[in-house]
Design a binder for this molecule. Structure first.
Ligand SMILES: [Mg+2]
Length: 172
């Protein structure tokens, strides 16, 4: 398995149900913020973020925010959701994922890293030995737009290849 490979791809976090997490052996989840739960660089949640987090909590699956965002923004967003957070994670470094697994009380191999970026979230998960769960980014990035256009272009090649072989975990 390469650093950028993954088995589980979803259109949106809503598709990641407690049942599916159980099915794939994920006992705790670390979830990205920007373009996964909130509009890029903002304090604004997507419509479904709150209810999804509630559904995970209701299933007694421990959950934590794991974001490269600043501490203040991660703190404010985590507080609204009523969950713990790790900010400034420096993904694709795996370091924060080990910390997350420890905080959640799960083995690193049972930690699901949910995020929208192959070169950050997926890579960090693979380096750590956690389970990468890729979601489609909700919106084009607002900040560092050029930088992200380049990253998304590189991702596109991997995603096209992935779709040919596997496709989304949840089918229509
Ligand atoms: Mg993101």
């Amino acid at each position: 398995m390469g650093l950028h490979s993954f088995k589980y791809r979803f259109r949106t976090i809503d598709e990641i149900s407690p049942e599916i997490l159980k099915e794939i052996g994920v006992k705790g989840v670390a979830v990205d913020l920007d373009n996964t739960l909130v509009y890029d660089g903002s304090l604004k949640f997507f419509n479904n973020s709150n209810s999804w987090v509630e559904s995970i909590k209701a299933a007694d699956i421990p959950i934590i925010i794991l974001s490269n965002a600043t501490a203040i923004r991660a703190y404010l967003l985590a507080r609204k959701l009523g969950i713990d957070y790790i900010a400034f994670a420096r993904k694709p470094s795996p370091k924060a994922l080990y910390k997350a697994a420890k905080k959640l009380g799960v083995d690193i191999s049972q930690l699901g890293m949910i995020g929208d970026q192959i070169f950050a979230d997926v890579e960090a998960a693979n380096k750590a030995g956690a389970v990468p769960l890729l979601v489609d980014p909700k919106t084009p990035e607002v900040f560092f737009r050029k930088h992200f256009m380049e990253i998304r272009k590189r991702e596109r090649i991997l995603l096209d290849e992935f779709n040919k072989r596997i496709g989304y975990y949840v089918n229509d």
